[in-house]
Ligand binder design. Structure first.
Ligand code: IVH
Length: 719
C-alpha cells in the first residue's frame, strides 16, 4: 500500500480491472487474517479505505465487478474457501490451570471423581503445550484421506492439500494399522524457520510476520498449496480421534504407537504419578522453554490409563482427565491514555483502559479491561486488596500490562514513581454513558454486600444493551446466523429506515419481508452488501427458523443463563411452551413450578430467580411472542439413549454412595439420558439411596417414589 495511489477518476478500464483484482486479493487476505482470529495486519480504518476504493472503482466501472469482489460478500467472511469437514469425534479444548494449587486441585478432582483410589496410583503424562494449530488427520486403510482444522470443534476446514506439503506428516502408514486412524496434533512453525522467513521478508522490503503461530495459521489457510509448501511447517502428534481399533490402553502407549507409525512426537513427554513430580517436570520444561525451537505456552497433563479417561469423561467442552498448566504471562510497561466505559448486554458498565500501543509477547496491545470500579481502585472480588492503597489506576499512569495466551490483556499494577502530578483519581460514572439512566451497584441479597458490577438501569431503553442483546442472539452458540456479524448488527440497529432497521431479535426475521415490500431502500444497493450476499444473508436467516430448544433459550439472553444452563432447561422442560408456562407459574417463587425449577441439578436460586424475573417483564413476553411467530424452537431431543432403560427418567442420588462417586453417578446417568435432580418431588422416578440416606429417602417413601440401592441401580442401567 506504500505505492502512490492513482485517484479513482484517473483510472482507465485496464488500470481499473487490474486494481479491482489487486483489491479483491488484498481484502480477501485481510479478511482471512481477521476471521481466522489471527493477527490483523491493518487497522480498521485502513481496511475500510481499501473497501471504499473498491466500491468507488466499481461505481465507475460496473461492468468490471468481479464475482469474487469484496462488495459481493456480507462481512466478507472467507466462508467457502475451504470445504467443511465434520469431525468424526469432536475436537475439544483443555481447561487451564495457572498455579501449583490449581494443579493439586486438578489431581485431587481426578481422585475424587474416580472414588478414593490409593495415593499416587493414578499415572499422568506431562508434555509441552505447543503453541500452534490443532489438526485432525484421517487415514483410511493406511492412506491419508483428509486433514481438517479444529474449527468450532465439530466442523473444521478441509486443508488436506496443504497438509500434504508437510514432509513430517506420513502419507501412508505401515502395514497392519487399523482400518481407520485419526491422528491429532499440532501444526507449528519452528522459531528458526520463522526468523529466517522474516529475515527474507525484510531483505525483500516486505512486511514481516508477527509470530510463528499466526504465520503457521496464515500459511495453512493459503489456497495455493505451493505457498504452504514454501513455508516450512512441522507437526507433533499427541492425540487421536476415531480409531477402528485401539493399539494401546494408555496415553503414553498411544503416543509411543504414533511414533512407531512415523509421526513426530514430543520428546519431553513423561509419565509421572504424583503432583510433586508433575510440577517438577513443569518447571524443568519451563527452564528449557527459551531454548526449544518451537513456542510452547504451558504443559499438558493427562490421565494415562485410557479406561480411566473414559470414566472421567467430559464437561461441556473439555475433558475431566486433562488440563493445561499455563506458563506465567508476559508483561510490559505502558501508559493509560484514557479510560472508556463499555455497556454490555446485561447493562454491566465495563471500564476499558486505552493504552499507548505496546508489544506484549509478540502481540500489540492497545486496550485492557479494568473489569469494574473496585478493580480500578485496587480491590478484588471478595473485597480484598489486590494492589497497595495508592495504586488505583488513573489516566496518565504508567502501568504493567500482562497477556496470558489468548486471554484479554490485564492491567496488573501501577508504577507510582511515574504518576504525573496532574493525574486525578478516576471517578466511576453513576449514569450510563449511552442512555443516561442511573447506573447502580446492586446489593447481593444473601451477603448484603455491594455487587462489583455497576449496572445501567435503562433496560430496553438503553441502546447499548439492546444492540448487545442482538449480537448475543446471533452469536455462534445461539442462533449462529452467518453474515450477521458485529458490524452488520450495528448497521441494522442504527438504521432509521423501516425496511432495514433491526431493534429487537424478531426484527431479523421480518427483514426479508420488509425488504420485499419496500421500493425505497434495497439492501443490495448499500455499501458492503451485494446481491449475492443479501441472498446469502436471507438464506442464513431462513435456515434458523427452526432451532434447537437449548440454543433458543440461550439466545434469549436471560441473565445467568449460559449454554450449560440452557441445555439443562431444554432437557428438563422438553418444549418451549412447557418451559415458558412453567416459568410463569414459578413467578411467586413458591409452589410446585418454583420447586421443580430449583430441583434441577445445576440450577441454583440465583439463576432460578433471574429466569422467573425475565418472564415477569411484559416487554420480554412481547418480544418472545413476536419471535415465536417467526421461529420454531424444536422440542429437546432425547440424548443418545437407544436402548437406555432410564432415558427421560428423573433420578435422585442420596446418602453416601459406595460403588461410585456422586459426580460419576451423575455423569453416567446423564449419559444414558436420565435427568439427575437434587431434590425429590412427584416428578422423581427413582431415588438411589446409599447408606445414611435421610430426608430425601423419607420424602421418596412419602410420595411413593421407587427407591433402590446402588446395586439395583447398576443392574437397571446394565452395570
Ligand atoms: S490434548 C481433548 N496436548 O491446546 C484434548 N492439546 O487448549 C485434546 N495443544 O486444541 C488436546 N499442545 O490445539 C493436547 N500436548 C498437547 C497440546 C495440545 C497444544 C492445543 C490443542 C488444543 C488446545 C487446547
Amino acid at each position: 500500500m506504500s505505492n502512490p495511489i492513482t485517484p479513482v477518476e484517473q483510472l482507465d478500464a485496464e488500470a481499473a480491472r487490474a486494481e479491482l483484482e489487486r483489491l479483491a486479493r488484498e481484502i480477501a487476505h485481510h479478511d482471512a487474517l481477521y476471521h481466522g482470529k489471527d493477527q490483523p495486519e491493518v487497522s480498521d480504518a485502513d481496511y475500510d479505505a481499501l473497501k471504499q476504493r473498491n466500491d468507488a472503482i466499481e461505481a465507475l466501472f460496473p461492468d468490471l465487478i468481479r464475482t469474487d469482489s469484496p462488495s459481493q460478500r456480507v462481512g466478507a467472511a472467507p466462508a467457502g474457501i475451504f470445504s467443511q469437514v465434520t469431525h468424526a469425534r469432536p475436537m475439544l479444548s483443555l481447561d487451564n490451570t495457572f498455579s501449583d494449587e490449581d494443579v493439586a486441585d486438578f489431581v485431587a478432582s481426578v481422585y475424587r471423581f474416580l472414588g478414593n483410589l490409593p495415593d499416587q496410583s493414578i499415572a499422568f503424562t506431562a508434555e509441552p503445550k505447543i503453541d500452534g494449530l490443532s489438526m485432525s488427520i484421517r487415514y483410511e486403510n493406511g492412506r491419508l484421506t483428509t486433514a481438517a482444522t479444529r474449527g468450532d470443534g465439530t466442523t473444521g476446514e478441509n486443508v488436506t492439500a496443504n497438509i500434504l506439503t508437510i514432509k513430517e506428516i506420513p502419507r501412508t502408514l505401515p502395514a497392519g494399522v487399523p482400518e481407520i486412524v485419526e491422528v491429532r496434533g499440532e501444526v507449528y512453525m519452528a522459531k528458526s524457520d520463522f526468523l529466517a522467513l522474516n529475515a527474507q521478508m525484510e531483505a525483500e522490503g516486505k512486511q514481516t510476520y508477527v509470530n510463528p503461530r499466526n504465520t503457521a495459521s496464515g500459511s495453512l489457510r493459503q489456497l495455493d498449496p505451493k505457498v504452504t509448501a514454501s513455508r516450512k511447517l512441522r507437526f507433533f502428534a499427541y492425540a487421536w480421534g476415531e480409531m477402528s481399533q485401539m493399539p494401546a490402553d494408555t496415553q503414553f502407549g498411544m503416543v509411543e504407537t504414533l511414533r512407531e507409525w512415523g509421526f513426530p512426537v514430543n520428546p519431553l513427554m513423561k509419565r509421572l504419578s504424583s503432583t510433586a513430580e508433575i510440577l517438577e517436570h513443569y518447571h524443568a520444561i519451563g527452564l528449557q522453554r527459551a531454548d526449544l525451537d518451537y513456542d510452547i505456552d504451558g504443559v499438558v497433563y493427562k490421565v494415562d490409563r485410557l479406561d480411566l479417561q473414559e470414566r472421567l469423561g467430559f464437561r461441556s467442552r473439555s475433558p475431566r482427565w486433562a488440563t493445561a498448566h499455563k506458563f506465567p504471562a508476559e508483561q510490559a510497561f505502558t501508559k493509560v491514555e484514557a479510560i472508556d466505559i463499555q455497556v454490555g448486554r446485561t447493562g454491566a458498565l465495563t471500564p476499558v483502559a486505552r493504552l499507548e500501543p505496546i508489544t506484549v509477547g509478540g502481540v500489540v496491545v492497545t486496550n485492557a479491561t479494568l473489569h469494574n470500579a473496585d478493580y480500578i481502585e485496587g480491590i478484588g472480588n471478595s473485597g480484598e486488596r489486590i494492589r497497595p492503597e495508592e495504586h488505583d489506576i488513573r489516566v496518565g499512569d504508567t502501568v504493567i500490562v500482562q497477556r496470558a495466551g489468548d486471554v484479554i490483556p490485564q492491567v496488573l499494577d501501577v508504577v507510582l514513581e511515574k504518576r504525573p502530578v496532574s493525574a486525578e483519581k478516576y471517578v466511576f460514572p453513576t449514569k450510563c454513558p449511552v442512555c443516561g439512566s442511573h447506573a447502580v451497584r446492586e446489593k447481593n441479597e444473601k451477603t448484603g454486600k455491594l455487587d462489583s458490577v455497576t449496572r445501567c438501569t435503562g433496560g430496553f431503553v438503553c441502546r447499548a444493551q439492546a444492540v448487545e442483546h442482538i449480537k448475543h442472539f446471533v452469536s455462534r452458540n445461539a442462533f449462529d446466523i452467518e453474515g450477521l456479524g458485529t458490524k452488520q448488527v450495528d448497521f441494522f440497529f442504527e438504521s432509521e429506515d423501516d425496511a432495514l432497521k433491526v431493534r429487537t431479535a424478531p426484527d431479523i426475521f421480518t427483514l426479508k419481508k420488509r425488504q420485499e415490500s419496500s421500493t425505497l431502500t434495497k439492501l443490495e444497493n448499500i455499501d458492503g452488501f451485494g446481491k449475492v450476499s443479501v441472498k446469502k444473508l436471507f438464506d442464513a436467516i431462513d435456515a434458523r427458523r427452526e432451532i434447537a430448544l437449548n440454543r433458543f433459550i440461550y439466545a434469549l439472553g436471560i441473565r445467568h443463563v449460559g449454554e450449560t444452563t440452557a441445555k439443562l432447561l431444554a432437557r428438563s422442560y422438553g418444549s418451549y411452551a412447557a418451559f415458558e408456562e412453567a416459568m410463569k407459574a414459578a413467578a411467586p417463587r413458591a409452589g410446585d413450578a418454583w420447586n421443580e425449577l430449583n430441583a434441577i441439578d445445576g440450577i441454583g436460586e440465583v439463576v432460578a430467580a433471574s429466569i422467573v424475573e425475565f418472564y415477569k417483564e411484559p416487554r420480554n413476553l412481547e418480544v418472545v411472542a413476536r419471535l415465536i411467530d417467526e421461529v420454531t424452537p424444536l422440542d429437546a431431543e432425547a440424548p443418545v439413549t437407544s436402548g437406555s432403560p432410564v432415558a427421560g427418567k428423573t433420578v435422585v442420588f442420596t446418602g453416601s454412595l459406595e460403588r461410585f462417586t456422586r459426580d460419576e453417578a451423575k455423569a453416567r446417568a446423564e449419559g444414558l439420558g436420565a435427568k439427575v435432580a437434587g431434590s425429590v418431588s412427584k416428578k422423581t422416578d427413582y431415588v438411589v439411596a446409599g447408606p445414611g440416606a435421610g430426608s430425601k429417602l423419607d420424602k421418596a417413601r412419602e410420595l411413593g417414589v421407587a427407591v433402590m440401592t446402588e446395586d439395583e441401580w447398576l443392574e437397571l442401567i446394565g452395570g
